[in-house]
Design a protein around this ligand. Structure first.
Ligand SMILES: Cc1cc2nc3c(=O)[nH]c(=O)nc-3n(C[C@H](O)[C@H](O)[C@H](O)COP(=O)(O)O)c2cc1C
Length: 326
């Protein structure tokens, strides 16, 4: 499977690991890059730039293949410079203005990939000169916007001219990859499906919650951000699994705001303990498709093989039919 994205990034498969802050590490990133995809390390929540440097050194020990570093531009601006000094193949960005960083990234030898949730965002990113645009649908896990992948991706493809588009949100198998290609995307960026892998650096209880949940058990909520007093830009809200934390505060968000300090501390503590009832269980609607915990590299292979066999089958099945007699 060769697309402009695989050519641009020098990778074998059009599959990118989402740079999930707090839920990616060197082992997961290297596993995806070694398998021929692009691993991306989410570094926005690292406490210091030295810790980012140490984790990147580990990635480089594990694989010579290209990888990316992800930054949330609304809150981690102090890391732009140290990240560019590390010269990842890709600077992956989201939620903020990418324009001020494109030239510096290119000077450092990095491609710039910016994630958007609507057409005006995509047009602004294309105007800023980014090399790739991720169109992220609201069915995805973590912080998402308002439009769905199926509607958003072709709108973004039409809006950005020659800039290659990557689809994200709700993609968990080869069918999702094939559909994304049909919509005009040239790769997929996957988060939730990679959380349910052997290497994902999250508590095992979170992985089990993903395996057990149905797609109807997620919702888009501001509860974790209110508790964390995190000032995400509009229209961001986090898709999480419904758990006791969410059920308790749903509809009582202003009350939560007044108790944020205590609630935020409890949230962090619950994550440390792996308490799935009380932590923010970020996950997308695709959870309903996830039934196993494979190695990340095997998952990349599986998704690609499935899409590769599906595309010709689909063509034969739909176009190879003779028309019914009138
Ligand atoms: C636990 C989690 C953390 C995430 N953190 C980030 C992040 O730090 N930066 C970012 O650009 N996107 C982040 N995302 C969103 C992903 O980039 C991606 O768009 C989303 O996971 C796609 O939907 P999917 O989960 O259905 O694959 C996160 C997603 C999850 C599930």
């Amino acid at each position: 499977m060769r697309t402009r994205v695989t050519d641009l990034l020098g990778i074998r498969h059009p599959i990118l690991l989402a740079g999930m802050a707090g839920s990616t590490d060197a082992a997961l990133v290297a596993a995806v890059s070694r398998a021929g995809g692009l691993g991306i390390l989410g570094v926005s929540t690292y406490p210091t730039a030295d810790l980012i440097r140490a984790e990147v050194a580990k990635v480089r020990e594990l694989t010579p293949n290209p990888f990316g570093l992800n930054l949330l531009l609304w809150g981690a601006l102090e890391y732009v410079e140290p990240v560019l000094e590390l010269q990842p193949a890709v600077l992956s960005t989201a939620w903020g203005d990418v324009a001020p960083h494109v030239e510096a990234a290119h000077e450092a030898g990095c491609l710039v990939m910016h994630m958007v949730q609507d057409v005006p965002g995509a047009e602004a990113a294309a105007k800023a000169g980014v090399d790739l645009i991720v169109a992220q649908g609201q069915e995805g896990g973590g912080h998402v916007g308002l439009l769905s992948t199926f509607a958003l991706v072709p709108q973004v493809v039409d809006a950005v001219g020659d800039v290659p588009v990557v689809a994200s949100g709700g993609i968990g198998d080869g069918r999702g990859l094939a559909a994304a290609l049909a919509l005009g995307a040239e790769a997929v960026l996957i988060g939730t499906r990679f959380l349910a892998t052997k290497e994902a650096p999250i508590d095992h209880s979170w992985k089990l919650a993903i395996l057990e949940a149905g797609g109807q058990e997620t919702l888009r909520t501001r509860i974790p951000d209110i508790a964390n007093e995190a000032d995400w830009p509009e229209p961001a809200a986090a898709r999480t699994l419904r758990n006791a934390l969410v059920e308790r505060w749903l509809g009582r968000e202003s009350e939560l705001r007044s108790q944020a300090a205590e609630a935020g501390a409890k949230l962090q503590e619950a994550r440390r303990r792996g308490d799935i009832d009380e932590m923010a269980l970020y996950a997308g609607e695709v959870v309903g498709l996830i039934k196993d915990l494979p190695a990340a590299g095997d998952l990349v292979e599986r998704i690609v093989r499935e899409a590769e066999s599906l595309l010709p089958q689909l063509t034969a099945k739909v176009l190879g039919r003779t028309a019914p007699k009138a």
